[in-house]
Design a protein around this ligand. Structure first.
Ligand SMILES: Cc1cc2nc3c(=O)[nH]c(=O)nc-3n(C[C@H](O)[C@H](O)[C@H](O)COP(=O)(O)OP(=O)(O)OC[C@H]3O[C@@H](n4cnc5c(N)ncnc54)[C@H](O)[C@@H]3O)c2cc1C
Length: 459
């Protein structure tokens, strides 16, 4: 047990984000109290007293550096991630994926943190803010007094408890022979914050569907296999944000009067409204990725791939992310958090991990790492210096920071190529573009990591 009394910072929650944040902070020279409620206070998904517990799959996804998840892992390693070191030590054979022995992994993290001279582990559920700066990383199942505290800090009911994610498709895989650009009634809407010169949220791509295809589509959605909710997940949906399979069950025309309604969308090739339409909205300002408007779904991923391919414009779609709906506590980070993930109403309190609106073990870990570095920037009197947006970690940071349009609901993301800026102009082939994006990400991240090392050395 360290001999010092007062920590420089308290980290609440010893999961993916909290453990990584605590380690980075300690390595940066700060004294850290890391509080976790386990084993006395356990969420419905946590089962062991170990810190860094993987609540479900033991896979940290692909370790192939050509994939978004592999690229993020490379960046985490370059930044000295504790979780990546422990994962390497407890890796189990899983092809191209980085899967771990979950107990070995959690034990290694717990021991490393317990042995660090600048970390004190406190086994207690935090239900009031401790003195001094706090990083809250209590994860997707945040509940009880701490949930109420965060809600109060945010200034009311501004936390989400379920995410309803619509699928995202790569722009260059949409078949434009079967699609047309138009906004409903030709109205252009201006993004929140005024005209930024970026993509207007009115700039939709519309994928028309004729009657027989629509009928077959609805039948396929009705028969499609769905992901079974966890025991603690009570499927409660907002009427304005229903999954497509719930709408399809209500009647054949429900989707056609909901997210697939064609009114006001004149197809320039026919001069008429289509029978039904799937609308695609830009997912990023680079216009390299589009989401399927209103297509939140619990359909299993292979089913989404199969069923959405029935839409002619999406027959050969490359899916950057599939839709999902699950229990997930997160906040509207672009509106409520500052550049250091601090709550704008109380900058002493910062959020990290899934609470900020990222999805996945490694993404949460990355946000914990970043939160620690942003804290160090502040303490050194420097402006926040996240990695550039051309890197996967920097792109995640942008996701959390970028304001959304007035009608857009902020939704968590995991890493995907749609988050990265496009490859430099002039490259035609898709694999060339990907390689250029990857090479740029690696070079930019290594440069960032080198400046951080110099910063630590100078501190
Ligand atoms: C059921 C479920 C399954 C998931 N499966 C996967 C998956 O297979 N793969 C994947 O990549 N992602 C998965 N996720 C999503 C997500 O990536 C993980 O939940 C990830 O662990 C989030 O990291 P985190 O650090 O934000 O929170 P967590 O890892 O959940 O850590 C939160 C920690 O905070 C502690 N805590 C909570 N409240 C308090 C308090 N008041 N005081 C002190 N400590 C507290 C908890 O004990 C816990 O240790 C899943 C999520 C859920 C809910």
């Amino acid at each position: 047990m360290p001999s010092w009394r007062d920590p420089d910072v308290t980290v609440v929650g010893g999961g993916m984000a909290g453990c990584e944040a605590a380690w980075q902070l300690a390595e940066l020279g700060f004294r850290v109290a890391l509080c976790d409620g386990k084993p006395a206070a356990m969420s419905p998904a946590h089962q062991t007293p170990l810190l860094g517990e993987l609540v479900c799959s033991n896979s940290l996804r692909s370790d192939d550096a050509d994939t978004p998840a592999g690229l993020l892992k490379r960046e985490l390693r370059a930044a000295g991630s504790l979780l990546m070191t422990c994962a390497a030590a407890h890796r189990v054979p899983a092809g191209a994926a980085l899967a771990v022995d979950r107990f070995g992994f959690g034990r290694a993290i717990t021991v490393a943190l317990a042995m660090h001279p600048r970390i004190r582990i406190e086994r207690r559920a935090v239900d009031d803010w401790p003195e001094g700066p706090v990083i809250v990383a209590t994860g997707p199942l945040t509940a009880g007094p701490i949930g109420a505290l965060i809600r109060r800090e945010l200034g009311g009911d501004r936390m989400y408890f379920y995410d309803a994610i619509a699928p995202i498709v790569a722009a260059d895989s949409i078949d434009h022979d079967h699609a047309f650009h138009a906004s409903r009634w030709n109205k252009e809407s201006v993004p929140e914050g005024g005209d930024t010169g970026e993509a207007s949220v009115g700039d939709y791509i519309n994928c028309p569907i004729d009657k027989p295809t629509y009928q077959a589509f609805v039948a396929a959605v009705n028969a499609g296999r769905q992901v079974t909710p966890h025991e603690f997940e009570e499927p409660r949906y907002f009427e304005s944000c229903l999954p497509i399979e719930v709408m399809a069950k209500r009647g054949e025309d429900t989707l056609r009067f909901g997210p697939m309604r064609p009114v006001g969308l004149t197809d320039p090739r026919t001069g008429r409204w289509p029978y039904a339409v799937v609308q695609l909205r830009p997912e990023n300002r680079y216009l390299t990725a589009y989401n399927l408007v209103g297509f939140q779904t619990r359909l299993a991923y292979p089913e989404q791939q199969r069923i959405f391919a029935m839409v002619p414009a999406l027959a050969k779609a490359e899916w950057l992310r599939f839709g999902s709906i699950h229990r997930n506590t997160y906040v509207d980070a672009p509106r409520l958090l500052g550049a250091r993930f601090e709550i704008l109403g109380d900058p002493r309190v910062r959020l990290a991990g899934l609470l900020t609106g990222v999805e996945g073990y490694i993404e949460s870990c990355a946000m914990g790492l970043l939160c620690a570095h942003l804290f160090a920037d502040e303490r050194a009197g420097r402006p926040p210096s996240p990695p550039p947006p051309t890197t996967m970690m920097g792109a995640l940071y942008q996701h959390v920071r970028t304001p959304r349009g007035p009608k857009e609901r902020y939704a968590p993301t995991n890493v995907n190529f749609g988050l990265l800026p496009p490859a430099p102009a002039g490259l035609k082939a898709k694999d060339q573009k990907r390689r250029a994006q990857l090479a740029r990400a690696i070079a930019d991240f290594d440069a960032w990591a080198a400046t951080r090392r110099a910063f630590v050395a100078a501190a």
